[in-house]
Design a protein around this ligand. Sequence first.
Ligand code: IYR
Length: 229
Amino acid sequence: MSKKEINIDGFRHILHEHRSFSKEEMIEKSNSFYQWLNQRRSIREFSDQHVPKEVIENIIKTASTAPSGAHKQPWTFCAVSNTELKHKIRIAAEAEEKETYENRMGERWKNDLAPIATDMFKPFLEIAPWLIIACKRAYETKEDGSKHNNYYVNESVGLACGMLITAIHNAGLVTLTHTPSPMKFLTQLLKRPENERAFLLLPVGYPKQPVFVPDLKRKNLDEIAVFYE
Ligand code: IYR
């Protein structure tokens, strides 16, 4: 019988049963996955249609399969469906966004945003059935009170959020990577501990029907990749 586990420097390593595909299957799967993800769009207008909590739980569990520095998993996903809390988040976010749109953004930034028609008003924060606030955990506190910084926190949480967005699309739902800035109000409203900082705010739900999105084009492969063969 072949070994199912080994010991490396005192740590148990288990046999990983990797599943690979034939060349044809690999081409087919990679292409169809690309076609499917290429249909994903950021949506700014939501329906208030209910989304079961179990779906949100599955999406968050998927995000948490992301790799992270030293496997510290330095993230907390706050899922909000509470009407009152969503209202408070909208009010506070719009206050920050008003300041951002009126005083923090330069002309060039505003011009760059014009094609995607954003503004300081964020009704989706109340209409979408769920808001997911991805928080990064800068450090962990041990029982003895000592603090230990996590590693590659932005990279790790960014990866997890990418997988979160992919999982949302896979479930047939839509989201928007909303970045009110600064986001201190979120950690305050959510009563998060001192080691956590809000990273992204993602409304999750169904799109309003009908919904229109900007006619954006994605860069071609030769603009985004360089091959050294
Ligand atoms: N955070 C603002 C502004 C904004 C900035 C960028 I860069 C965008 O791609 C979209 C919006 C907002 O969420 O409206």
